[in-house]
Design a protein around this ligand. Structure first.
Ligand code: ME8
Length: 509
């Protein structure tokens, strides 16, 4: 039996079209899912859409559609972008699906029946765009502390979840599981928040109707965050333990942006505790992208519309840039000049040139037939050791979701490869029959190191690494058994590579 691995993205609101921020989280999840598959895991990768709530209801009214019509239309745009970005998710959950509504009703009923949800009355400040209630003291200049927009006073009958009851249990869980909330700075934020004390949480609304009705009291709809968070188990068929739910829950990691950490690191775990279910193993909150130094806004989104970026620069270049440029967990800035620089220097120069030089020389000196290596000198073993140790280092970095470090490690092998060519000077070795064996060894080591490089790069840049592996004559599967030195067999046919990443003319871009 294969070990399982379950990873999720947030389910995105359908009142906004997909942008680079959504693409970022989804891409990170795709890379980790692909890597775990390569390593032999049975992976479940979930993404989807958050379709209920006042925000979606209002957006639908504004565009003259029903909320479901709006959702149907926008969901297609998300799915089309995921296809274009090469996202291989296992399942796409929509909160308007029957399977989800059923599961949400069931967990709500379960918590209600045991007394951790009760009916009372609510009066507080509500931010509609954030779908969040705030107390007077939390407001900043009378506005929402998260988005700075005006809030309105709402008084309504509401069901409450006894979140306060789980404060100590959650704190104890966080203490006992240092990796539960990552990165560490975020964990500290949540611990301080919890130490201030948890209030019970309003988990139903009567002010609008676009949502899942409270079981047994149809005047109320279930709070959109209670509804949305539950997607992570309804997609697995909760409460049926005999299928995916029993197999994949608890999840290995929820990937989210830092904006929604509290929902995932406080609300969600306490809901699960109340329902008697195991908690996620990890919640990782990544940082925030700005665009050319500015907050992403509707007008700026056009500048980095993911579809246009992909059309202009290619899908793998975008996949690479987003995960290389900024350490996961830190904020980052998207700029076209930084993107072009990465493409030209990392992809076209370092990665592309190494492959071009290597395959061209094997074609020229050995008619494209990969020669057998003979005795390795110190320079060879050092180079080989660098490629071999990258395998373990990338594994360790990806376990910590340190995508940028993993890529930097791979690039050390690539730079070492280019240096190895300069230092061994194959063109000189090719002049004398006496150094033919040296030449063969150097060529073999170059090709094999790059086979490993492209194995490790395949989760990040699936189509260009597949092409590279083809030029290198690799015909087998790309799986864990190939993550050792020496798998490229002498005698296979190597072809001269075409450029994987054409240089971008900086004047033109
Ligand atoms: O919050 N930088 O959905 P949402 C980085 N439906 N990541 C960004 C980003 C940016 N500038 N902008 C958005 C919701 N994101 C809820 C989630 S989950 C049960 C319910 C990414 O459409 C990031 O992952 O507002 C962030 O957490 C998410 O999009 C918010 O997506």
């Amino acid at each position: 039996m294969k070990p399982t691995y379950y990873v999720s993205t947030p389910i995105y609101y359908v009142n906004d079209v997909p942008h680079i921020g959504h693409a970022y989280t989804t891409l990170a999840a795709d890379v980790i899912a692909r890597y775990k598959r390569l390593k032999g895991f049975d992976v479940f990768f979930l993404t989807g859409s958050d379709e209920h709530g006042q925000k979606v209801e209002k957006a639908a009214t504004a565009s003259g559609e029903t909320p479901l019509e709006l959702a149907d239309r926008v969901v297609k745009r998300f799915q089309a972008l995921w296809d274009k970005l090469g996202i291989e998710y296992t399942d796409f959950i929509r909160t308007t699906q029957e399977r989800h509504k059923q599961g949400v009703s069931q967990i709500f009923s379960k918590i209600l029946e045991q007394g951790d949800i009760y009916l009372s009355e609510y009066e507080d400040w509500y931010c509609t765009p954030c779908e969040t209630f705030w107390t007077e003291t939390q407001l900043i200049d009378s506005n929402c502390p998260d988005c700075n927009r005006p809030v309105e006073k709402l008084k309504e009958e509401s069901y409450f979840f006894r979140m306060s009851k789980y404060q100590e249990q959650l704190l104890a869980h966080i203490e006992a599981n240092p990796d539960f909330i990552q990165p560490r700075s975020k964990r500290n934020e949540i611990v301080s928040f919890l130490k201030e004390g948890l209030r019970d949480l309003s988990v139903s609304r009567t002010s609008f109707s676009w949502g899942i009705p409270v079981p047994g009291n149809e005047r109320h709809v279930i709070y959109v965050w209670f509804d949305a968070l539950t997607n992570y188990i309804t997609a697995l068929g909760y409460p049926d333990e005999s299928g995916n739910f029993g197999k994949y829950w608890p999840i290995d990691v929820h990937l989210i942006g830092k904006d929604i950490l509290r929902f995932h690191a406080v609300y969600w775990p306490t809901f699960l505790m109340a329902a008697g279910l195991p908690l996620p193993k990890k919640v990782f909150a990544h940082g925030w992208w700005t665009i050319e130094g500015q907050k992403m806004s509707k007008s700026l989104q056009n500048v980095v519309e993911p579809n246009l970026l992909i059309d202009k620069y290619g899908v793998d270049a975008i996949r690479y840039f987003l995960l290389r440029e900024v350490p996961f967990g830190l904020d980052g800035d998207f700029s076209h000049s930084a993107l072009v620089l990465r493409i030209n220097s990392d992809l076209a120069n370092d990665l592309g040139n190494l492959l071009n030089r290597t395959t061209a020389m094997i074609v020229k000196y050995f008619d494209g037939v990969l020669p057998s290596p003979s005795e390795n000198l110190e320079i060879d073993t050092t180079f080989r050791a660098r490629a071999e140790s990258a395998i373990q280092q990338v594994d360790a970095h990806l376990d910590e979701l340190a995508f940028s470090k993993a890529l930097a490690t791979i690039w050390e092998v690539i730079s070492a490869g280019n240096k190895y060519i300069d230092e061994t000077a194959p063109w000189s070795l090719a002049k004398e029959p006496a150094t033919r064996e040296r030449l063969a060894t150097v060529m073999y080591n170059l090709a094999e190191a790059q086979r490993i490089v492209h194995f490790l790069l395949s989760p990040f840049m699936p189509s260009s690494s597949a092409k590279a592996l083809q030029f290198l004559g690799w015909q087998g599967d790309v799986d864990e058994t190939g993550l050792v030195w020496g798998k490229l067999l002498p005698g296979i046919l190597i072809t001269k590579a075409e450029p994987l990443f054409p240089r971008i003319d900086t004047k033109e871009s």
